[in-house]
Design a protein around this ligand. Structure first.
Ligand code: ZN
Length: 58
């Protein structure tokens, strides 16, 4: 698995919501439900189409 950028946010291109990569194993959906993130120190799972999200490095 690729090394995760620790400052990465996933932004939904539809509702523009930003979700921080580390959700502490919680399943966090954006407000429109197109993408969801489930992440912790060990893994980050991105649910949704890659066309529906942008990765933002802050
Ligand atoms: Zn959305």
């Amino acid at each position: 698995m690729a090394k995760q950028n620790k400052e990465a946010y996933y932004q939904c291109v539809h509702c523009k919501q930003e979700i921080y990569w580390n959700t502490h194993k919680a399943f966090v959906e954006c407000t429109c439900g197109k993408i969801a993130i489930d992440g912790c120190e060990d893994y980050v799972r991105v649910i949704g189409n890659m066309d529906d999200l942008k990765i933002i490095n802050k």
